[in-house]
Design a protein around this ligand. Structure first.
Ligand SMILES: [Zn+2]
Ligand SMILES: [Zn+2]
Length: 130
């Protein structure tokens, strides 16, 4: 069942039929992909900034291509956490490591019963007084 949605690319209403963009933006994105692919064949490797500057393709579009695996390797773009240039994933190895550690620390901290809040301790004291 097709749905009427706002295109995330241009904001126009469009009929969603399995694509996340309206026909115009979808065509544009295919053209952009070709442009960037051709550019990378020439350049070998480039930073996200260079690609956007030289091809005029929007940064968000290039990033989407990278995330969807349409571009693999040869492009460096900033780590989402610290901004250091990376060529794969969303974070540099250092940030990925740190996020992983923070995550396991969070999970470890969540396992035992929650530390008592001030209110809970006050309630305990009230019970003892009775
Ligand atoms: Zn659109
Ligand atoms: Zn980083």
């Amino acid at each position: 069942m097709p749905e009427i949605k706002n295109c995330p690319g241009c904001g126009k209403l469009y009929m969603e039929i399995g694509r996340k963009l309206c026909a115009d933006c979808y065509d544009q994105e295919l053209r952009d992909e070709d442009t960037v692919a051709a550019y990378l064949r020439e350049a070998g490797r480039a930073s996200l900034e260079q690609i956007c500057q030289d091809t005029g393709v929007k940064e968000a579009v290039v990033l989407r291509m990278i995330r969807r695996g349409r571009i693999t390797g040869g492009v460096s773009y900033p780590c989402e956490a610290c901004g250091r240039p990376i060529e794969a994933g969303r974070y540099c190895p250092a940030c990925a490591n740190q996020l992983q550690q923070e995550l396991s620390a969070l999970q470890a901290a969540n396992k035992p019963a929650e530390p008592k809040t001030e209110a809970a301790r006050a309630r305990d004291r009230m019970h003892m007084l009775r």
